[in-house]
Structures are given as C-alpha cells and as structure tokens.
Design a protein around this ligand. Structure first.
Ligand code: CTP
Length: 425
C-alpha cells in the first residue's frame, strides 16, 4: 500500500455526477485510499443510474450520501459538515448540468448545497459529449468556475461513449488523482500563499516533451507526460515561489498558482525560458528533443515523393545554457537525468558536463517502472554527493525536492547573514 505523503490523512469529498464515465470514480476512490486518504462520496440522483451507492460505499469504506432530505443524513452529517470536513471537494464526472448548476450557484440537491456550503478548494473533472463541451454555454460556465477559483482536470480528447470523437472524455483515474495530489500539495506547503518559505523567490520550471515539426502536419515527439515537471511547478508555487512553467504539449491541467507558457519546439522553449529570466532557481524537467529536422517542409510531404530521409540537427541544450556562468545565471539550477545503470556516477558526470548545481537522476531501468508510471525512483546528486530517495509518487518527489530547495535557500541566507554579522563585529 506504500501510501503517499501528500494523500496520507487527507479527507476528500467526492461528488459523483451522472455520466457514463462515473464507473471510473471507483478506481479513483481505490487509488486515493491506497494513498492513505479518506473518501466520502455524494452521488447525485443521475449518478445512481451509473454506479450503485453499494459499490461506492464498499470501495470507500464509508457510507454514501445521496439525498438532501433524508433526516438521518441531516442529523448524522449535514451537507455543511460534509463539505467542511473535507480538505478538498472533487466533482467527477462533472456533467454539463452539474457545471451549469455550480456556475449558477444552484443548491437544489445535496451535491449543489454541499458545493455552495463548502469553504474548501474544489476540483472538477468534466466529462460529456464533445458538442456539449464545446457549447458556448458550457465554456462560459467553466470560465466562470475557473474565475471563482475552481480547478479543472480534463476533459481529454478521444473517442467518446456515444461514438463521437473529440474533447469530452473524463480524465483517466491516475490523472484525476494526480490533480488531487497537486491541489492537496498546494494546501500542504502554503497555508497562506505569500507566506510560504520560498516567498519572494522566482522559479522557472520546464516540463513535458517538445514537438519538432517535420512539415505542417507531422512532428517528432517523445512520450514525456509532463507529470513530474508540472508537479514540481505546483510544489514550488505552493511553497510561495513566483513560478513560471514553460511546457511542451501535455494533457495536464495547469498547476494552480503557476504562470504557464505553452510552447512546442525546443527553440521556442529556450526563448520562453530566456524571457522568464532573471529567476532565483530553474528546474529543467522537460524531455527536450535532442534533435530537430534541418529544414521544416513548407508543404505536406507527399507519399508520392518516395521514401524520405530526415536530416536532423542538434537542438540547443536549455539546461546547459541556463547553467552557463553569466549575470543572469539562476542561483540554483537543477537538471534531470534518465539513467539505467550506475545512476549516481552517470548523474554526477552529467552534472559536471551541463554545469548545473543538482541533478535529479531518474532510474529508468525496466525494474524501476518510471516511464509513464505514477512513481519515480530518484537519486539527488549535488556537490555534496548522492542521496538515494525511496520509490515515491511523482507528487511526493516534487514535494521533497521543494523541501530541499527551501533548505538550500535557508542555508544560503544563514551564510550571508553570518558573513554580514561577522564583518560587522
Ligand atoms: N535538456 C535540456 N535541453 C536539451 C536536452 C536536455 O534542457 N536540449 C535537459 C533536460 O530537461 C534534463 C537534462 O537536460 O534536465 C537531461 O539531459 P540529457 O543530456 O538529455 O540526458 P538524458 O535525458 O539523461 O539522456 P542521455 O544521457 O542519454 O543523453
């Protein structure tokens, strides 16, 4: 069961809406409980057409709440207590109807009143038909909810239950849990926003893959999900840092409180990073494409042209450029390394080659199961040596890295103070 330090001991109120994807919530509940969280569920009337209170209750290990007017519910646990005794309220699937009711502040049922009564952060995972999602009314409602501070995860693009294709799929359970961890991670570190231990610091994080165009419709890419980089940006923002996240194309929700710059190519990522300078710290977690095609074709390359050979040229190394000495060099530059053997030794060599201060070395050997997975097995390599971390969720790796960064700046501050007082006496 491992557990997750972010989820451990947290209380989630999960409001399950009526959609064909409601069954995915069972997996969300299982994962949250595996991480050590308590999950209480409200099922809307429509949700009960798709999942039964019995199965939800069996998985959550808690009684399930369904009816606003049930006297027992109200006497045992009214909607106000239900929504306040949670650390986070999650709505999944958030149907077009639920979203509209939330945006309008309607409280006609238990879900509506709990959402109105809550003083806790709310995360919604929309799911519906693509036309319903794209409808101006839904888009207007979602924009309103975002303005109200509600976080969103998904919807994802793909084949929908009704056979259509497009945006509207409920985010996968792992992605929803990831967004929950991000939202909770933010609570964990900064109760007061600007009072966090990194308040006043500027941070730059790169994340995701880059896409290198071949012609107007094709590109070179890699499988990076952006999960680790986004989690780091969230953890730094949660610790109070003014954080810019420069990200390649991913399906991840924007981490709360982070300024996100979306780019596609390595060169665009470099430009966006340069524009974000000066910063106090930079974390390069992106899987930047090492190569791009020498010349991007203006028109779509036709099959009739026969077999093609792509000529590649090396992309700029963003990490090395950020870490190069100069007036704009961040005080702390952190890179990642994907290693399969001699993790610490290879990472130490990479640290020297790139000129960065720390390397977070990922063990990407088959046995570690890092790629595309939920967990990371990491060795932190600094000037002082290598520190092996246990297998952790990516959110926990981010939280732990943020803790190390906080400690690093605290130490640097103490040193400066020590020097200053030493000089004065
Ligand atoms: N990086 C970068 N710009 C590049 C290439 C890599 O900023 N053009 C950064 C990545 O964000 C990461 C680190 O450099 O922080 C990874 O270095 P890289 O040399 O790509 O190493 P590995 O991915 O470990 O792979 P290999 O050693 O096999 O090249």
């Amino acid at each position: 069961m491992g557990g997750s330090t972010v989820l451990s001991g947290k209380r989630i109120l999960l409001i399950i809406g009526g959609g064909i994807a409601a069954y995915k919530c069972l997996e969300v509940i299982r994962r949250l409980r595996d991480g050590g969280a308590t999950v209480r569920c409200i099922l809307t009337e429509a949700a009960q057409q798709f999942v039964t209170p019995l199965s939800v209750s069996a998985l959550s290990g808690e009684r399930v709440y369904t009816d606003l007017f049930s006297l027992t519910d109200e006497s045992e646990m009214g909607h106000i207590r239900l929504s306040r005794e949670a650390d986070l309220v999650v709505v999944a699937p958030a149907t077009a109807d639920l979203i509209a009711r939330m945006a309008a502040g309607l409280g006609g049922d238990l879900a509506g009143t709990a959402l109105l009564a809550t003083n806790k952060p709310v995360l919604i995972a929309p799911a519906m038909n693509v036309r319903m999602w794209e409808h101006p009314a839904t888009q207007r409602n979602v924009a309103q909810l975002r303005k109200d501070g509600v976080a969103t995860v998904g919807p994802e693009v793909g084949e929908l239950a009704d056979g259509e294709y497009g945006a509207g799929r409920l985010a996968e359970p792992a992605t929803i849990v990831d967004a929950i961890e991000t939202a909770l991670g933010q609570l964990r570190v900064v109760p007061g926003g600007l009072d966090g231990p990194l308040a006043g610091k500027h941070a730059l994080v790169t994340s995701g893959p880059t896409h290198e165009a071949i012609d107007p419709v094709r590109y070179l890419a890699n499988r990076s999900s952006g999960k680790q980089g986004h989690a780091i940006a969230a953890a730094l923002a949660a610790a109070g840092a003014d954080t810019v996240l420069v990200t390649g194309p991913t399906h991840r929700a924007d981490p709360p409180g982070v300024r996100v710059v979306a780019i596609e190519s390595a060169r665009a990522m470099l430009d966006a990073c340069a524009a974000a300078l000066p910063v106090d710290l930079a974390v390069c977690a992106a899987a930047v494409a090492d190569w791009r095609v020498t010349e991007v074709a203006d028109d779509k390359i036709k099959k009739s042209g026969g077999p093609q050979t792509l000529k590649l040229v090396e992309n700029p190394d963003i990490l090395a450029k950020l870490a190069a000495p100069g007036p704009n060099r961040p005080a702390l530059v952190i890179g990642f390394a994907a290693e399969t053997e001699d993790v610490a030794a290879n990472a130490a060599a990479k640290r020297g080659r790139k000129g960065c201060d720390w390397i977070v070395a990922n063990d990407v050997s088959q046995a570690a199961g890092t790629f595309g997975g939920e967990h990371n097995t990491v060795t932190l390599v600094t000037a002082d040596g290598a520190e092996d971390w246990p297998r952790l969720s990516k959110a926990d790796v981010a939280a732990r890295l943020a803790d190390h960064i906080v400690a690093h700046f605290a130490k640097a501050r103490a040193k400066t103070r020590g020097k200053a007082s030493g000089g004065a006496s």
